[in-house]
Design a protein around this ligand. Structure first.
Ligand code: OTU
Length: 656
């Protein structure tokens, strides 16, 4: 027996479809394709909508509105994207080992959207298949959080170009086997978005689009429970807005991040409908992946932290269903930088099929600081399993800060005090700790809680900046090896590797980021470099320079991936390496098996890696590898098992 919600859905199905048929006036083929998808998705949409808004008088009407948004966008979807929907609906690229991501700011990487085409050769050299351009949409004058304060999704920042150029870029990248990743900043809009402007004037329906309070007393049920995301700024998550018309000469507005970013109120179904329209607009520009910014914050309830609430998932699942109706080849990427259990929950095929993995990211750094691979290994072993059809994005750093997002209980299980350990890691990467190689800086240190995060480029955090400054060739050598070891882990542990552009040639921190007054208060700009054509040319011309070696290593890793099916999916299986400074694991898949071992320390260690009974051969040399013996500082072993059937397993210790 189907439950009563399914029966309700059945009863309304034909009528809802009837309401939106008109969207496809002259295109019976598009209507037919939409109908087929509607047939598959409708019950899910009904159920999800009902769980959030079923109690409301306007429920049926909002449901029809949402489906109409999807139908309108489906009717408008360009032909080349409909073709993509047909051929790529399964998104097989997610398990293709050749998939490699890169991220950058358009203006910093190429000046303009049109300018990106001049950088395509560089991207191809890195094997990049997916390019994430930070939000290029219209923003307010002055600080705009690197584009994460969106004034309108319908316009680009004029200095970057216009919408038609963005569409042509998506198309021309597609012709070259690459695709675009674009952001959707679901949690908030800029304070000058037309909806926010109308809300300030008290105009319906926009007066109910945000969390706006007449009186500070009204936030008392929320404020004490919230985490401070950006503690550097003045005040808390609520901003006094004097130009909002109110009886007290202004109003309070919920602003989780910066005061110019107004949180949207998804308890109002009109917000879900309006934002879905913007989302599908982005899908129709040609993005193959949409990055869902700040997913944990999408729902608020009094007395809770207002993070990771079940309704936030329902909002994302609804958006997923709407995208499945309109643009089935599109996948969502969850950006959740929270407890690993919570990070995990956003990654499911009917929500965000992709998730950033901030745990692996931060534990690679943790391993480099402690010279021990234990926490990383435990996370690789215990915290990576995803449902089928999902994938991690594995990265070393992004445009944001690095936070120490491991679970306290995981640290405790290894006898590590989580609070003290985070303090150590912050001090290490800020370069304060005795013996640290890093040159980073605290981001948003919170004196009240003792929390902080870290800013810095890969090269600066991994010691290249300090080494070059000291002009010590041994230190430089060590830093280069450390960077290559770090990239090796990012490219081989799990998921799809993502590069922050600039790191591929060892770009160090920009200590003059504050010269730009819009960036002065936010040291993440220290690690958001401009494309340095001279550095790239030098790295290419001199493969023995630090930049040259780093670039060559990244290219090699990327090329290596593309020919090794075992790296396309699945999770690593940990091996006992016989030394705490060595992370060793196998990856199996596509009929092949790889072994990777990385020494995360700057000393030579004696290893005794459990071969699992396979005769491993070095992937480059084709000769037997050392599984028992010395592994150099930051030494890497990459080996493969000869194809099955070809070799009999033999006893550990025989190879080497
Ligand atoms: C994201 O990051 C973006 O990546 C940032 O660049 C934005 O500033 C921010 O949202 C606001 O749009 O706090 O330090 O759990 O931690 O969304 C970065 C997720 C952030 C948040 C994350 C946020």
């Amino acid at each position: 027996m189907r439950d009563w919600i399914s029966q309700e859905a059945d009863r309304s199905k034909a009528a809802v479809l009837e309401e939106v048929r008109g969207c496809f006036e002259d295109s019976p083929r598009r209507l037919a394709a939409f109908e087929a998808r509607f047939d598959l998705e409708y019950e899910r949409i009904f159920r999800l909508m009902h769980s959030l808004y079923g109690w409301r008088w306007d429920f049926s009407w909002r449901l029809i509105e949402l489906v109409r948004v999807a139908a309108t966008a489906a009717a408008d979807r360009p032909k080349w994207l409909r073709r993509r929907d047909e051929t790529m609906a399964g998104a097989r690229w997610m398990n293709d080992p050749a998939t490699v991501w890169a991220m950058t700011y358009t203006e910093r990487f190429a000046g303009t959207v049109a300018g990106i085409s001049e950088r395509v050769e560089h991207l191809k050299g890195l094997g990049v298949t997916h390019l994430h351009l930070m939000p290029p949409y219209a923003v307010p004058d002055g600080p705009n959080d690197g584009g994460y304060a969106v004034s309108s999704y319908r316009w680009l920042r004029p200095e970057l170009g216009d919408m038609s150029e963005l569409k042509s870029l998506a198309r021309s990248l597609d012709d070259q086997g690459m695709s675009l990743v674009l952001d959707f900043v679901a949690n908030h809009t800029a304070h000058d978005h037309p909806w926010a402007e109308a809300a300030k004037r008290g105009e319906a329906p926009y007066d109910r689009f945000y969390f706006i309070f007449d009186d500070r007393a009204e936030v008392a049920g929320y404020a004490p429970h919230l985490r401070e995301i950006f503690p550097d700024r003045v005040g808390d998550a609520f901003t006094w807005c004097p130009d909002a018309e109110g009886s007290h000469g202004g109003k309070w507005v919920w602003t989780t991040f910066y005061p110019f970013q107004w949180d949207l109120d998804y308890r109002n179904p009109a917000v879900l409908v309006a934002m879905s329209r913007e989302l599908l607009h982005i899908a129709n520009l040609g993005a193959s992946v949409i990055r869902m910014d700040a997913t944990p914050f999408l729902w608020k309830r009094e007395g809770t932290s207002c993070e990771n609430l079940p309704e936030a998932h329902v909002v994302l699942q609804l958006m997923n269903a709407v995208a499945a109706l309109t643009a089935p080849s599109v996948r969502f990427l969850s950006e959740a930088i929270v407890h690993p259990d919570d990070v995990h929950r956003f990654v499911r095929p009917d929500e965000c099929a992709l998730g950033y993995n901030p745990l692996v990211m931060s534990l690679i750094w943790e391993a480099m600081a402690t010279r021990e691979a234990g926490m990383l290994a435990a996370a690789l072993e215990q915290r990576l399993e995803l449902p089928p059809g999902c994938q991690w994005i594995t990265y070393i750093r992004s445009h944001d800060d690095i936070g120490w997002g491991f679970a306290d209980e995981d640290a405790a299980a290894l006898g590590i005090d989580p609070v003290g350990h985070r303090r150590f890691l912050n001090e290490f990467y800020a370069g304060i700790h005795e013996g640290s190689f890093a040159r980073g800086a605290f981001f948003q240190a919170n004196p009240r809680t003792g929390d902080a995060r870290i800013s810095g480029t890969l090269a600066s955090l991994a010691g290249l900046e300090a080494a070059v400054e000291s002009a010590d060739p041994d230190e430089i050598e060590m830093a280069v090896k450390r960077i290559i070891a770090i990239q090796t882990l990012a490219f081989t542990t799990v998921g799809i590797p993502m590069l922050y552009l600039g790191d591929e040639v060892g770009t160090t921190n920009d200590h003059r980021f504050g010269d730009d007054t819009d960036h002065a208060g936010d040291n993440r700009w220290m690690h958001r470099p401009r494309f340095d054509a001279a550095a790239v040319a030098e790295a290419v011309a001199d493969p023995s320079s630090p930049g040259g070696r780093i670039l060559a290593a990244v290219r090699r890793l990327s090329a290596f991936r593309s020919s090794h099916a075992a790296l396309g999916g699945g999770t690593p299986r940990l091996l006992d390496a016989g030394h705490p400074a060595v992370a060793a694991f196998t990856r199996a898949g596509g009929g092949e098996m790889l072994l990777v071992a990385v020494n995360v320390s700057d000393f030579t260690v004696e290893v005794d890696i459990d071969s699992g009974g396979w005769p491993w051969v070095d992937v480059e040399e084709g000769t037997g590898v050392v599984l028992r013996g010395s592994l150099a500082p930051y030494g890497v072993v990459m080996a493969e098992a000869p194809s099955p059937g070809h070799a009999e397993p033999f006893a550990p210790g025989e190879v080497g």
